[in-house]
Design a protein around this ligand. Structure first.
Ligand code: NAD
Length: 290
């Protein structure tokens, strides 16, 4: 397949490389990143999109996505697919989809979970919004870049699924960390806490698969001095997107709102930046009730 790939950063570079290794003809463009192995350099975004059956974007935010989309949609052949894998606001995803349709194109919003490790290993999970036929046509590419793709409905629903998932993740990680901190102060050792909670009704992915306490449970970023993993600032980005979406549709999300405020405080007012999002545990350890 002839593929254009725009945004070759931490995530985009390994995704594009995996497509090239699988035998696809990939032409890439980034304003500030080297070409991954096997990817041919385009002069600019429209050049990468010119004649491509699928153009993949992996960009930082909705404003940049809208800007790039306006440039590439005019260069793409009719009926080609714009496959956006960035995490952006639902409104931008739907606006880009409308714009694509106006140019006779198909589009999918397909944000990912799995991080840089998943992008490199080709084991990402894709949450996909857009038409069924575009989803079917993109399946061979999802198979190369990931291990699972879930079609969530119309345009924007991939982003909706991603921010709802990460709103749950942010809130449960905070709940898990504050519970460990309370257990410490009550004199309950962390292994006992893990053994009980991981097999009781308080269990969650945060506790069972990504335990924030070093040396307890499965190996996780806590065992590597809280090096990410999934960085606090990316969690903050996704929590902000969840609250932006909640405001837009007038949904009451008090836990998501509180999680956003706590990660904002940790990243912007304390020492959380650059750490894994599970570093909420040492943060709570140091704090007292006030
Ligand atoms: P990144 O900053 O490493 O990469 C983004 C790339 O886009 C950069 O190389 C930048 O130069 C390029 N870019 C910016 N503006 C551009 C333009 N106008 N034209 C062409 N290229 C442009 O970010 P990342 O970690 O690769 O994340 C990409 C997206 O994936 C984000 O939306 C992020 O939220 C999402 N995401 C990241 C992770 C992760 O663990 N890093 C996990 C899941 C989802």
């Amino acid at each position: 397949m002839k593929i254009g790939f725009i945004g070759l950063g931490n995530m985009g570079a390994p995704m594009a490389r995996n497509l090239a290794i699988a035998g696809h003809n990939v032409r890439g463009f980034d304003v500030n990143a080297p070409m991954p192995e096997g990817v041919e350099a385009a002069n600019d975004a429209p050049d990468a999109a010119d004649g491509a059956e699928v153009v993949i974007t992996m960009l930082p935010d909705g404003a940049i996505l809208r800007d790039v989309a306006a440039k590439i949609h005019v260069a793409m052949p009719k009926n080609a697919i714009h496959l956006d894998c960035s995490t952006v606001d639902v409104e931008s995803a739907r606006a880009v989809s409308d714009e694509a349709r106006g140019h006779g194109l198909r589009s999918l919003d397909a944000p990912v979970s799995g991080g840089v490790g998943g992008a490199t290993a080709g084991t990402l999970t894709f949450m996909v919004g857009g038409s069924s036929d575009a989803f079917e046509n993109a399946l061979p590419l999802f198979d190369i870049m990931g291990q699972k793709a879930v079609h969530c409905g119309d345009a924007g629903n991939g982003q909706a699924a991603k921010i709802c998932n990460n709103m749950i993740l942010g809130a449960t990680m905070i709940a898990t960390c504050e519970a460990f901190s309370l257990a410490d102060k009550l004199g309950l050792d962390r292994q006992s806490m893990f053994d009980v909670v991981s097999t009781s009704s308080g269990y969650s992915w945060s506790m069972n698969a990504y335990c924030p306490a070093p040396g307890i449970g499965p190996t996780s970023p806590a065992d590597n001095d809280y090096q990410p993993g999934f960085a606090t600032e990316l969690m903050l980005k996704d929590l902000r997107l969840s609250q932006q979406a909640a405001e837009a549709v007038n949904a009451d999300t008090p836990m998501g709102c509180k999680a956003r405020d706590l990660y904002a405080q940790f990243v912007e007012g304390e020492d959380g930046k650059g750490k894994d999002f599970s570093a909420m545990l040492p943060r709570f350890e140091k704090r007292r009730r006030s």
